[in-house]
Design a binder for this molecule. Structure first.
Ligand SMILES: Nc1nc2c(c(=O)[nH]1)N[C@H]1C(S)=C(S)[C@@H](COP(=O)(O)OP(=O)(O)OC[C@H]3O[C@@H](n4cnc5c(=O)[nH]c(N)nc54)[C@H](O)[C@@H]3O)O[C@H]1N2
Ligand SMILES: Nc1nc2c(c(=O)[nH]1)N[C@H]1C(S)=C(S)[C@@H](COP(=O)(O)OP(=O)(O)OC[C@H]3O[C@@H](n4cnc5c(=O)[nH]c(N)nc54)[C@H](O)[C@@H]3O)O[C@H]1N2
Ligand code: SF4
Ligand SMILES: [Mo]
Length: 753
């Protein structure tokens, strides 16, 4: 579709240049909106919602509309940087990879493989290269020091799904398009556009829920824009979701409101006994919600023809994140709403390998060296990465790779981690910016522009409220000699595997494709069982390695053409012929397919999760009763990395401390006055924003701000007024079952300056 040969960075194109139109899925958040992008030469001149997109139907948010500014950001790196004598210098790609090989080899020879850590951040599930190469890269490094943003986010959900259903990757989503009653805790989709629930135009879908006579209830310490739209909003004291949910479970049993629970569910009686300790009357004070209101919510949930409970970041990045995640699904089971339309359902991604049966899940197969935290899905908690870098001894982390991550901003007690990064012997970052994290790198390998990269959501097709598939080829070709993100990752894999910086990435690709096909032909029930992998390899189509992986995944997926077994099924060419995507219909019940527990049952009361209940009971007695801090997302921010787009950092997108007017009055502070927010780990100074939208005793600061560290090369972000909230979040407190950081309910003291 594109006609011109671009240079990078984008040129200043005369206005007479002919324009081209490109339909692409927005890769910025989980909503996967279809965009219509107009380009003049290699410049993006207009972005709007693609009204023909089968899923988003023209919806777009301000971030998607500014995708062009992000794509053409003058601060974006186009050449690798290597640090020499403390200064970054631009080098050729071959030289950069050779430097990576030298540095990695030196650390491994001196300290062993465990001295090398890997951190993968949020966009690594939004790129195509991430899902294809991250796993093999982690493996080729041969270290247990694997960290990701998941332990600052949704790991509790993986652990609860792992123990309930046997598969940590099968996370049910709320079927919001068909439900009659939605109970939403700790999510604000009117700003975030939804998470672990891919629903482009989430606001429109919530309005439709109400228009069809449904009800939705928001539980949040802040009256958010989502809460404003809801039928009912309950202020909850931060961190109390686990006891609130337990009280709902209690009420269902206490008032005989449970539905007929299917035979396949185990542990109902154990859960009843456990929940008996959490009556609404016992937990009301901790929640800040009357016992009668808690009982009313349980009754409404049980009475609705279809209903679903959905909990997100406010419930997962909390001290009892895994218990909350578990009870959300327990409530869906007990009310008869798991795996049924209008309830919590398991999406079916078009790129899912249908023939893979997972091994029964467990955490703690190994533990972190310093603080002994359990591994979960092969990862250690990001909250303990600083311990692993700072603490001497065998296995001390001395080198780090970061891919799509900014942990020096995003991790709890980020300043401590940033200081630890500065002490590393060697560090490589795959990242387009010199930011809070990458400024510490020895080598920075920048991925190409968004418009030069292909897109398919391997991640978020697993969380859609409808099943869908959408592929966007690159809008612009890569300039000669400029590696794609896939090639950057492939080269890192080969370096880590000892094949050297100059090895041909096609060798790795063939090995990976051959490995997948080799496995698929062996599994009974696979559409290619018994076939010749070599013959199948010949059939795979696609221009680059990512397209070929996608073609393979689609062909072997649940709607796939099965390498000829189902000729009308999906393959890459089907998606290429449908630039507005393919709608694969509403979600279908598929629990039987998902269940991977050893006994083939749903474990409603897994003993592994019950072990944390005594800590919850102790918290009920000794919970923080003073001021606590929670987070906040704004529509025009996205974590730490979009503050360099001028149009996104104006107006209300500011880093203020929201505080209830009663609390502001006690401190004698008014709008705009500066206050100190102090915690065990640090202090930040911020302007206060009194608002009755936040409950008394709670303050809120957004994350991802504070870009004025020395060496950060983000000229717009540098000049924004913001502080890093993770200066005051505490890495010493975790959701122990999942190793997840606590960003909500952090005890703080606030003082006027
Ligand atoms: N206090 C507090 N802290 C939080 C949160 C909170 O709510 N409160 N939220 C947490 C959550 S949910 C998350 S997911 C984490 C996020 O934590 P991180 O993933 O560590 O941080 P991000 O800010 O998302 O940074 C993304 C990085 O990827 C780079 N990047 C962007 N696009 C690309 C690309 O295409 N390729 C490559 N290679 N790099 C790219 C950016 O330049 C940036 O450096 O933060 C967590 N931290
Ligand atoms: N605009 C924008 N969109 C984003 C992002 C972004 O930074 N900006 N980040 C993306 C990422 S990485 C993610 S993971 C998703 C997250 O998506 P969401 O989970 O929807 O995230 P938030 O908007 O932070 O909403 C969390 C809500 O939880 C509330 N909360 C805080 N503490 C508690 C508590 O103890 N209990 C309860 N019940 N509620 C609590 C907060 O007040 C807030 O309203 O958003 C994604 N989308
Ligand atoms: S809601 Fe998300 S996917 Fe949609 S345009 Fe905005 S950033 Fe992009
Ligand atoms: Mo996240």
């Amino acid at each position: 579709m594109s006609t011109t040969v671009p240079t990078t960075p984008p040129t200043t194109t005369p206005t007479t240049t002919p324009t081209t139109t490109h339909f692409r899925t927005c890769p910025l958040c989980e909503a996967t909106c279809g965009l219509k992008i107009t380009m003049a030469g290699d410049r993006v001149i207009d972005v709007r919602g693609d009204k023909d997109d089968v899923f988003s139907l023209g919806f777009i948010c301000p971030k998607g509309a500014k995708l062009g500014d992000l794509d053409m950001d003058p601060d974006r790196l186009h050449k690798p940087l290597v640090k020499r004598d403390g200064q970054f210098v631009e080098v050729a790609w071959d030289e950069a990879f050779a430097e990576v090989e030298r540095g990695l080899k030196a650390v491994r020879e001196k300290h062993g493989n465990e001295a090398v850590a890997l951190y993968m951040g949020n966009p690594s599930v939004h790129t195509m290269a991430g899902p294809v190469y991250n796993g093999v890269f982690a493996k080729s490094l041969g270290t247990r020091n694997i960290y990701t943003a998941s332990t600052s986010d949704q790991m509790p959900k993986h652990v609860s799904s792992g123990y309930l259903f046997g598969d940590p990757y099968s996370i049910p989503v709320p079927d919001i398009d068909r439900t009659d009653y939605l109970l939403m805790l700790g999510a604000n989709p009117l700003e975030s556009n939804g998470s672990l629930c891919t629903a482009p135009d989430f606001p429109g879908r919530l309005k439709k829920l109400k228009a069809r006579g449904g009800k939705f209830v928001v539980v949040d310490p802040r009256r958010t824009r989502t809460a404003d739209l809801a039928d009912q909003h309950l202020f909850i004291r931060p961190g109390a979701d686990a006891v609130f949910l337990f009280a709902l479970v209690h009420t269902l049993f206490d008032e005989n409101l449970t539905a007929d629970v299917p035979q396949i569910v185990d542990g109902v009686e154990e859960l009843r006994v456990l929940a008996s300790k959490f009556s609404p009357e016992t937990v009301a004070d901790a929640c800040g919600i009357d016992a009668s209101t808690i009982r009313q919510v349980a009754r409404d949930l049980a009475a609705a023809p279809t209903a679903v409970v959905y909990g997100r970041i406010g419930t997962t990045t909390a001290e009892f994140g895994t218990i909350s995640s578990w009870l959300v699904d327990a409530l869906n089971v007990l009310t008869g709403n798991l795996d049924t339309p209008g309830g919590a359902m398991f999406p079916s991604s078009a790129a899912r390998a249908t023939y893979v049966k997972r091994k029964p899940f467990r955490t703690g197969r190994w533990r972190s060296r310093v603080r002994g935290f359990a591994e979960a899905i092969g990862e250690l908690p990001t909250a303990t990465l600083a311990d692993e870098i700072e603490t001497p001894g065998e296995g001390q982390v001395r080198a780090l790779f970061t891919v799509c991550g900014n942990p020096a901003s995003s991790a709890p007690n980020a300043p401590r981690l940033a200081a630890a990064l500065a002490e590393l012997e060697f560090m490589v970052s795959v990242d387009p910016y010199v930011n809070e994290t990458t400024r510490h790198a020895t080598v920075i390998l920048p991925p190409p522009r968004v418009t030069q990269s292909p897109h398919f959501d391997f991640g978020f097709t697993q969380f859609g409220v409808r099943n869908f598939a959408n592929y966007s080829p690159p809008a612009l070709p890569l300039p000669e000699g400029r590696p794609s993100e896939a090639e950057i990752m492939a080269r890192l894999v080969m370096i880590a595997a000892g094949q050297g910086a100059a090895a041909d990435p096609r060798g790795l690709e063939e090995m990976m494709l051959g490995g997948l096909l080799g496995k698929a032909v062996q599994v009974e029930g696979s559409p290619v069982h018994g076939r010749d992998p070599g013959e199948l390899r010949q059939m795979i189509e696609g221009e680059g390695p990512l397209e070929r992986f996608l073609d393979l995944s689609l062909r072997l997926g649940p709607y796939g053409e099965g390498f000829g077994a189902n000729p009308s099924g999906l393959r890459l060419s089907t998606l290429l012929a449908n630039p507005h995507g393919i709608d694969l219909g509403p979600l279908q019940p598929r629990l039987a397919e998902v269940l991977s527990t050893a006994d083939g049952k749903v474990h409603l009361c897994p003993s592994e999760l019950v072990t944390d209940v005594p800590r919850l009971l102790a918290w009920l007695e000794e919970r923080p009763r003073g001021m606590v801090l929670i987070g906040r997302r704004h529509l025009r921010s996205n974590n730490s990395w979009m503050h360099n787009v001028p149009a996104l950092v104006t107006g209300s997108n500011t880093c203020t401390l929201q505080m209830n007017p009663q609390d502001a009055e006690k401190l004698s502070v008014t709008t705009g006055q500066r206050v100190l927010v102090m915690s065990r780990t640090g202090t930040v100074e911020v302007p206060v924003e009194p608002t009755d939208k936040i409950m008394p005793g709670v303050v809120s600061l957004p994350h991802g701000w504070g870009h004025d560290s020395p060496g950060v090369r983000m000229s717009v972000a540098r000049n924004t007024n913001g502080v890093n909230v993770n200066t005051v979040t505490d890495e010493s407190i975790l959701d122990v079952l999942s190793g997840t950081a606590v960003f909500n309910g952090v005890p703080v003291e606030v003082k006027g300056v």
